[in-house]
Design a protein around this ligand. Structure first.
Ligand code: ZN
Ligand code: ZN
Ligand code: FE
Length: 762
């Protein structure tokens, strides 16, 4: 009788895990599980992910394997687990091996993680971490923002200049410690520290920094504060005066500011927060969540909108500030002037933000990768990412296509680019509007940093049809085999890639602008498409866009164009009240353009129709930031209204009757909320009626919706509900923005598919 009979059967397995498994405390968690189940073996990071060899009693090994998805760290995510039998090697114990980096395959870089509760406790209790605002552990802290290269090790982060003290080093080495192998581990004795630049002095004592900063905020002053991915500008969220001063200083006339609340409890006094929204708000990513106002916090923050961007503290410093602050909320907006990239260098912060603030809180650890706060919203109980940056980037997306070597340049106004590795799409953090020189430099720098970090060698490149997009020009100068992708096809492909769809679908792509293959401006497209090709089935009728891009700042120009289109020159005589308040000279110029078809490209954009209606209702005549007119129109709408206006469908979609009925409602004195509600319902009907017709003709039951217009919560909520009621399988974006921030993913998927079909225009 052998000994193994008594102790159960001994087995050995090799387990390979891919996904977001490095830099998130994965190996120590595996170690603890192995010890718990009395097993031996090894765990190591390699460039494919995490590799485990586990040996011991068969039942315990099974339990260990079952535990992996349940007991691994909060910020990790497993994309695949492969298990193979192995010969028994007779390990004496369980060990964590050093990182190896022999292969060219690279695994995921963890995004930054908001400070955990245990670290917040350490700040109160641990003698070397009292008020230490850089406290972190394997479960929390900075990651992507400080990583310069892989494999993830302290020496390859901006923590490389801070040698660990003895006490930190012993935690770092102790396998059962929460800080075991936490690369940014630090304490008051060895790590980075904050400084406050105030009135020509530099304060370095943290308690004095906190108390002085709180006094400044409470007395209505503006502070610049270094965050995880860049600087913020901050002031009391309840102080109208300070907010207005900040607005002037930042040169940001109308754009709403994001705010940070002390905690969910205080946020609930002012905001409606559903369970799903609370989950998102308090998640480790700590994104900005767009929430509906209960009571207005301050008119100068929301500027007439019924929602506001809210986040909760995610750095120890935020907690330290709120402990002393009387106010429960502060503005925390990106530290930049206008639309330039958020400032990350201490020098720039002192010279630029120093001038427009009363004090600058900085620290002496570099931010290597710039990130903005991510922005999210919850629609139909599903979280949707609108701006994908801090704590989301650079997590890749698995798509069911070989993407290796493909570079997708993205769009222009809301740019993100995308790299292909294996079957993954690695989207950059939100870059911004490439037309700014500084933003374009950020784009170039990020492309080269991502390429190095992910060992990316471009073989093929993708660009938008628009030759003048700066991203298109960038792709062209790469001098690689290139494929061109139509903007709205890319929106649909982005949503398809997110849901791993690879078949013919009905695509509904609504947004503000994108070049069509007939050189007109598109933006209300109904396609039958797959990943490689599209057929344009129908769209809104073409309307002149007087002055081209100038309409974006002047929605009333689109109103004039629509009225001129449907009622001719008579529009002004017929409906003089609609033109009230428009400067006579500008109006004549626009009317002249429309009559003589001068400098007026044609557009089928849904965004431009929303602009026109917003101006018609005097909700927004002139716009001070991107998409202000549609946002205001949504904000005034009563979503409980059931009525709608008529429209006509004959090959293309036309809105003459919509305008006639809507103007009649204005003349009748119908309330604004009702008119806007009816207009939203009209667009819902247009979408549902049209996809029903397309399904009837094509037999296709899958509908894919994307494009910035679907950030409109009333529209998306109602469209999804009606698609479900009509038995459609429908797909909308959640992890990836439906705005132009998601375009690069769609471009990548289309190129991958075309390459698979052997159709890349080589
Ligand atoms: Zn922690
Ligand atoms: Zn230390
Ligand atoms: Fe778009």
């Amino acid at each position: 009788m052998s000994l193994t009979f008594f102790v159960g059967m001994t087995v050995s397995k090799e387990i390979n895990i891919k996904g977001l498994v490095q830099g998130v405390g994965f190996r120590p968690a595996i170690y603890r599980m192995a010890i718990m189940h009395c097993l031996t073996g090894t765990v190591e990071n390699n460039n494919k992910g995490v590799s485990i060899i586990i040996e011991g009693d068969k039942k315990n090994v099974t339990r260990f394997i079952n535990d992996i998805p349940l007991r691994t760290p909060i910020a990790s995510s497993i994309s695949s687990i492969e298990i193979e039998d192995k010969k028994i090697s007779g390990y004496k114990d369980f060990q964590i091996s050093k990182s190896t980096s022999e292969s060219n395959e690279i695994t995921e870089v963890s995004p930054d993680i908001g400070v955990c509760d245990e670290c917040l406790e350490d700040i109160k209790k641990q003698h070397n971490r009292i008020n230490y605002a850089f406290t972190n552990c394997t479960n929390c802290g900075p990651r992507f923002t400080i990583i310069k290269d892989l494999p993830y090790d302290r020496a390859k982060t901006t923590m490389d200049v801070f040698p660990m003290c003895e006490s930190c080093n012993s935690e770092y080495k102790k396998i059962l410690d929460r800080r075991f192998h936490a690369q940014p581990v630090a304490c008051n004795n060895c790590g980075p520290h904050y400084s406050l630049y105030y009135k020509g002095e530099i304060i370095i004592d943290i308690s004095t920094i906190i108390s002085t900063s709180c006094k400044l905020i409470e007395s209505g002053k503006i502070l610049a504060i270094k965050g995880l991915g860049g600087y913020h500008l901050s002031c009391d969220a309840f102080n109208e005066n300070s907010i207005n001063n900040l607005r002037i200083a930042k040169n940001r006339e109308g754009k709403p500011f994001a705010i940070m609340f002390k905690d969910v409890f205080s946020a609930k006094k002012y905001l409606h927060i559903s369970n799903e929204e609370e989950k998102l708000l308090t998640s480790w990513r700590k994104p900005i969540v767009l929430l509906k106002l209960k009571i207005d916090i301050s008119a100068s923050i929301s500027i007439g909108l019924n929602t506001i961007g809210v986040m909760l503290p995610y750095m120890p410093l935020h907690y330290l500030l709120f402990e002393k602050l009387v106010t429960s909320s502060i503005v925390l907006t990106s530290g930049n002037i206008s639309d330039e990239p958020v400032i990350i260098s201490n020098e720039d912060a002192l010279s630029t933000l120093g001038k427009i603030s009363d004090g600058v809180i900085t620290y002496n650890r570099d931010i290597y990768n710039r990130t903005d706060d991510s922005v999210t919203t919850v629609i139909n109980n599903i979280p949707r990412v609108i701006r994908r940056s801090r704590s989301y980037a650079p997590s890749p997306l698995d798509i069911n296509l070989r993407t290796e070597g493909i570079f997708a340049g993205g769009a222009e106004l809301v740019n993100c680019f995308c790299l292909g590795k294996g079957n993954q799409a690695i989207l950059s953090q939100h870059i911004g509007d490439l037309k700014n020189l500084e933003t374009f430099e950020f784009y170039e720098e990020s492309v080269s940093r991502f390429s190095r970090l992910f060992r990316f060698k471009p073989q093929l490149a993708v660009m938008d049809l628009h030759p003048d997009y700066l991203s298109s020009r960038y792709v062209e100068q790469m001098q690689l085999p290139t494929t061109k992708v139509q903007h709205h096809h890319a929106h649909i492909a982005s949503c398809m890639a997110e849901h791993k769809l690879d078949e013919k679908v009905i695509g509904v792509s609504f947004d503000g602008t994108g070049m069509g293959d007939d050189s007109n401006i598109w933006g209300s497209e109904f396609f039958i498409c797959d990943l490689a090709d599209y057929e344009r089935i129908t769209h809104f009728e073409y309307i002149m866009q007087p002055g081209g891009d100038a309409v974006i700042k002047h929605p009333w120009r689109m109103m004039s164009a629509y009225l001129n289109h449907y009622f001719g020159k008579e529009a002004e005589n017929k409906y003089p009240f609609l033109f009230k308040g428009i400067d006579e000279y500008s109006l004549r110029t626009v009317q002249n353009m429309l009559t003589n078809k001068l400098n007026s490209p044609l557009t089928s954009s849904a965004g431009r129709l929303f602009d026109a209606i917003s101006a018609l209702l005097r909700v927004c005549h002139s716009s001070t930031y991107h998409a202000e007119a549609p946002m205001r129109l949504e904000s005034v709408a009563d979503p409980s209204i059931a009525e709608s206006y008529t429209y006509s469908q004959y090959k293309i979609l036309s809105f003459k009757s919509t305008f006639v009925e809507l103007i009649a409602d204005i003349s009748n004195g119908t309330p604004l909320e009702m008119i806007s509600g009816k207009f939203h319902n009209t667009i819902v009907n247009v979408i549902i009626d049209t996809v029903l017709l397309i399904r009837k003709k094509s037999g296709i039951n899958k509908v894919v919706l994307s494009g910035g217009t679907f950030q409109n919560s009333i529209l998306l909520e109602k469209v999804e509900m009606k698609l479900a009621a009509n038995g459609f399988d429908y797909y909308t974006q959640s992890k990836i923005p439906s705005n132009d921030g998601g375009i690069a993913l769609g471009q990548l998927a289309i190129a991958a598919k075309r390459r698979e079909l052997g159709r890349f225009d080589l």
